[in-house]
Design a protein around this ligand. Structure first.
Ligand code: ACM
Length: 544
């Protein structure tokens, strides 16, 4: 449907004048992330002051055409012949997401392994537009053959601590796509708020999406007295965001946190909690940090989780994964709950001395949920605590604490995504910032150069084990990301450095060269009013 509309719109556009070669070009394009190869071939290039004529097979490369239509200075128009045009072709010998782009004064060719490859080739072409010496937009003569290093190139968005609206999600997706990031990990449930509509359990959002108050900006120990919420995504909105991302070659992976970080769900349905404990009184958490309330391992909890996963699986048809969290699950309640203790003994979830072992209970709990996920043809992914008490051989692990966990998991044959606090926590501080409490970070120190320096694959592995490292991801926990302006200030340009870690070859890394390229890229971010952090620590576009 979309392709028919696009092609008819192109057919109605006026035919462009014959392309002339550009005047001399002295400016070098700034392409981020750095392509695997990029050769600039000479001073003259292809003039783009008139609409770019495009010759492409119908319906195959719509995402690339839409990106070019929106992003080129004079847009695009269909070409009846390949002459003086951009010719897009399918080349199976290039892998998924790969492309080869060649620009001469006479024309442009873009060969792509698939639609994603053409889309990424289009992004490179857009980032290659400069001014020639006559001041006209043009692309220099160049040749690039490019493919990603890793298949998971992610950012995690946390709308639970501070909500991220649908238009904001779309803007994040656009910015990710421009930098060839392809996985959006959507952290949808937390102690501080449940943010996804589940039809069978309306109280999850009626009760669980509202907290009584939040910490004030500038003092995490003091409440602001203001109810926060209801804030959640309807199922229609979830579908809208997933479709928007898909059209930009981004897979959205949902996270439903269990067995911990579940206080909002337990506040909505107290029966999900360890309600045999004295003083049991669940509520949506009003401070940052981790809540003691965790799911009870009752059969009725598993029935609930199966229903939730059934609805979630349907809302995210393209995601090969469902993320189950698994991190920071305090074991106090299980160690005290008579029901949980009896269950651990009954199921043999015990330590060497025969005592109940809550770590083994966690592993058993997650194993049951993994079967529910597998029933939908999807795989389980979880934070690295999922290996405490035993890691399922079919789980994928997201490493956030120590690189040793990654080594341990890949040696067992599990795939891992690298997102260590040391290089990937974009809620951490990044150096100088304005004095206002608004610019405070949760802690830590993660400057741009450190992100850029990341080598995701631990040393000492065999080539087969190295291939189990499927990618990297930056995490934007939102306790201190109060709004979109702060989100962008924390995300950019660190997410661009991470995109380069995820996409570009390991060899040829040079922070000074990256920084110079980034400086030439900044006007493009400015044109979109992205509130990135400038090198001196000031916000670039704080007025939004
Ligand atoms: C995490 O930061 N708790 C995964």
């Amino acid at each position: 449907m979309k392709s028919a509309l696009l092609l008819s719109a192109l057919a109605l556009a006026p035919v462009a004048a014959q392309a002339a070669p550009s005047a001399d070009i002295t400016e070098t394009p700034a392409v981020l992330p750095r392509p695997a190869t990029l050769e600039i071939k000479g001073a003259q290039g292809f003039d783009l002051s008139t609409p770019l004529k495009v010759h492409a097979p119908a319906g195959t490369f719509d995402s690339a055409l839409l990106a070019l239509k929106a992003g080129l200075p004079a847009g695009i128009t269909p070409a009846s012949s390949p002459q003086d045009a951009l010719v897009i072709t399918h080349d199976k010998s290039l892998g998924s997401e790969a492309y080869a782009l060649s620009v001469t004064p006479e024309g442009i060719t873009l060969a792509a392994g698939d639609a994603a490859g053409a889309f990424y080739g289009a992004q490179t072409l857009l980032q290659s537009v400069v001014r020639d010496t006559a001041g006209k937009p043009a692309v220099p003569s160049l040749k690039t053959k490019d493919a990603p290093r890793f298949k998971w190139r992610g950012l995690m968005v946390d709308p639970c601590r501070h909500f991220v609206t649908v238009p904001e999600m779309k803007r994040i997706i656009d910015l990710m796509a421009q930098h060839k990031l392809n996985t959006l990990h959507w952290h949808l449930t937390e102690d501080q708020g449940w943010r996804i509509e589940i039809r069978k359990y309306p109280k999850l959002t009626e009760v669980g999406s509202v907290r009584a108050e939040s910490p004030v900006i500038g003092n995490r120990d003091q409440g602001d007295g203001k109810p926060y919420g209801p804030h959640f995504y309807t199922q229609a909105q979830i579908k809208e965001v997933v479709a928007y991302a898909k059209a930009r070659h981004i897979t959205v992976v949902p996270e439903i946190e269990l067995p911990g970080h579940a206080a909002a769900a337990i506040a909505a349905y107290p029966g999900l909690g360890n309600d045999d404990l004295p003083g049991f009184k669940p509520r949506v958490r009003t401070r940052w940090g981790v809540e003691d309330y965790v799911f009870s391992p009752k059969e009725s909890t598993f029935d609930f989780l199966k229903d939730v996963i059934d609805e979630v699986a349907e809302l995210f048809p393209e995601s090969p994964y469902i993320h189950i969290g698994g991190d920071e699950c305090p074991k106090d309640q299980w160690n005290k709950s008579p029901f949980a203790r009896k269950l651990m003994l009954e199921k043999g979830l015990v330590d060497a001395k025969g005592r109940p072992d809550a770590h083994r209970l966690q592993s058993w709990f997650i194993g049951r949920v993994e079967k529910m996920i597998n029933a939908h043809g999807k795989k389980l992914i979880g934070w690295d605590e999922i290996q405490e008490g035993g890691l399922s051989p079919t789980a994928t692990m997201m490493v956030w604490r120590s690189w040793d966990w990654a080594t341990h998991a890949v040696k067992q044959g599990n795939e891992v995504v690298m997102t260590p606090t040391s290089h990937c926590y974009f809620d951490y501080g990044q150096g100088a910032h304005p004095k206002a409490p608004f610019y405070e970070a949760i802690g830590g120190h993660l400057p741009l150069e450190k992100v850029y320096s990341m080598e995701p694959v631990p040393g000492g592995l065999t080539p087969e084990q190295e291939r189990k490292v499927i990618g990297v991801q930056g995490n934007l926990w939102s306790e201190y990301l109060f709004d979109q302006a702060k989100w962008e200030y924390m995300a950019f340009p660190r997410a661009i450095a991470l995109a380069e870690v995820a996409w570009s070859p390991k060899s040829g890394k040079d922070f000074a060269e990256f920084s110079a390229r980034l400086a030439r890229h900044e006007p493009r971010l400015d044109a979109q009013k992205v509130n990135y952090r400038k090198a001196d620590g000031t916000p670039a576009n704080p007025q939004k």
